[in-house]
Design a protein around this ligand. Structure first.
Ligand SMILES: *Cc1c(COP(=O)(O)O)cnc(C)c1O
Length: 402
């Protein structure tokens, strides 16, 4: 993955600065920290790239989703529209803030579609937790009018789309709050970390307090100030923020390299019968962390995955491997199996999760094979990969015709 591909001296220098002060906490200790504030600097880097008015770094992308939902006003008993294709953290976050997930269909953007949202809207719908999947973006031109018409709270989980944009606006900034993950598998990593963004001051202040036990952070003596709300500890450490800061600064270069490699790979594959690609609503806003291939049908995709495995080509289909991104792998979610009782059990679920029909989503995910793009690939490596992919797909397509 791109961020971890480029780990090096700059990260070590930033960590060294923190180690020298011995202050790993993002607040207080002004007299001994040599004016080193890595969490704040990490947030500034995220603001530079996204154009967000406010950014708040937390302990993980999952924590950022919980904080975004909560500070946007989503809580116990609220119905929230979610996708059946996302990293499971999105759904966990909705359940753990006490809300009730309502699954809507995705389309070839790999994100929930306007059509999917309209089909599950009810007078009880409070919000949408939209996910920008696989480095790309949802169709915001079609989704935003629904958000406005029904006065919904929009929260964007852009956990795997940091750096991506939709017609000039960073994903994460369309709704009340958005979030990014900086875990080990994302375009930039902090080791563990997440960032919440918003253009709304009130939402930012709530998130800032909520993620640190409700402290209002007014004044310099954190811990002794006012506590307007109940919160919890989702703080990021200075060590993680130091890495996140450097990695984030690398993102524009990573996106450029990713796009170059993805463009070449796409060109080389596009003439092959049977290969098409997921829809990119705004190709110029792609973070290009994945090439998402669509095969004609699930049976073909399965046969191609088998050929890829035999030939060691890589690529993964979210249905045939147990990768925890797809509703078919979420039996425990459907049955609300938790360590303790969830509000969803008390309120009743808005959908019968066990006989949920999502034919469009099943069809799209069944046909999908994704490749992680590496920013350090050489042209020859891309060409070899393309050649290997084509050989496998052609073999399957020829066999199917026979
Ligand atoms: C990675 C990811 C998360 C979780 O992020 P962590 O930093 O691992 O907690 C949440 N949502 C999506 C869509 C993700 O891809």
């Amino acid at each position: 993955m791109p961020g971890t591909e480029l780990y090096g001296a700059a990260e070590k220098k930033e960590i060294e600065e923190v180690l020298q002060t011995g202050i790993f906490f993002r607040y207080n200790h002004e007299n001994v920290r040599n004016d080193i504030w890595k969490a704040k600097e990490f947030e500034e880097e995220v603001k530079k790239i996204t154009g967000a008015k406010y950014a708040h770094a937390v302990s993980s992308g999952s924590a950022a989703v919980i904080a975004a939902l909560t500070s946007a006003g989503i809580g116990t008993g609220d119905e929230v529209i979610v996708p059946p294709f996302t990293y499971v953290a999105t759904i966990e976050a909705v359940l753990l803030v006490g809300a009730l997930p309502v699954f809507a269909e995705i389309d070839e953007t790999l994100c929930i579609s306007a059509e999917g949202i309209r089909k599950v809207l009810t007078p009880k719908t409070k919000g949408i937790c939209l996910v920008h999947m696989c480095g790309g973006m949802a169709n915001m031109d079609e989704i935003m009018p629904i958000v406005k018409e029904y006065n919904l709270i929009l929260v964007e989980d852009a956990g795997q789309a940091f750096g991506a944009s939709h017609k000039g606006t960073a994903v994460g900034l369309f709704g009340k709050a958005g979030c990014y993950s900086f875990d080990f598998f994302k375009i930039a990593t902090a080791g563990e970390g997440g960032v919440l963004v918003t253009n709304d001051e009130a939402t930012y202040k709530l998130a800032d307090s909520y993620t640190d036990h409700g402290h209002d952070h007014i004044g310099t003596n954190r811990g002794m100030e006012q506590h307007p709300i109940i919160g919890f500890n989702y703080r990021i450490s200075e060590l993680h923020a130091a890495i996140g800061k450097v990695q984030t600064a690398r993102v524009p270069d990573i996106i450029e390299s990713n796009n170059r490699n993805k463009k070449l790979l796409t060109e080389l594959l596009s003439k092959t019968e049977g290969i098409s690609f997921a829809t990119l609503v705004d190709p110029s806003g792609d973070s290009a962390t994945f090439l998402n291939m669509l095969l004609p049908d699930t049976t073909t995709a399965k046969a191609v995955v088998d050929e890829f495995n035999k030939a060691g080509v890589g690529g993964f289909n979210y249905w045939f491997i147990n990768m925890y991104h797809f509703i078919n792998q979420w039996e425990h979610v459907k049955q609300l199996k938790a360590a303790s009782k969830l509000p969803a059990e008390v309120f009743g679920t808005p959908q019968g999760y066990n006989d949920l029909q999502l034919p469009k989503t099943q069809e799209v995910i069944g046909r999908l094979i994704s490749f992680g793009i590496r920013c350090t690939w050489t042209e020859d490596e891309v060409k070899t990969l393309a050649k290997n992919i084509i050989a496998c797909v052609e073999k399957v397509v020829v066999a199917e015709k026979a």
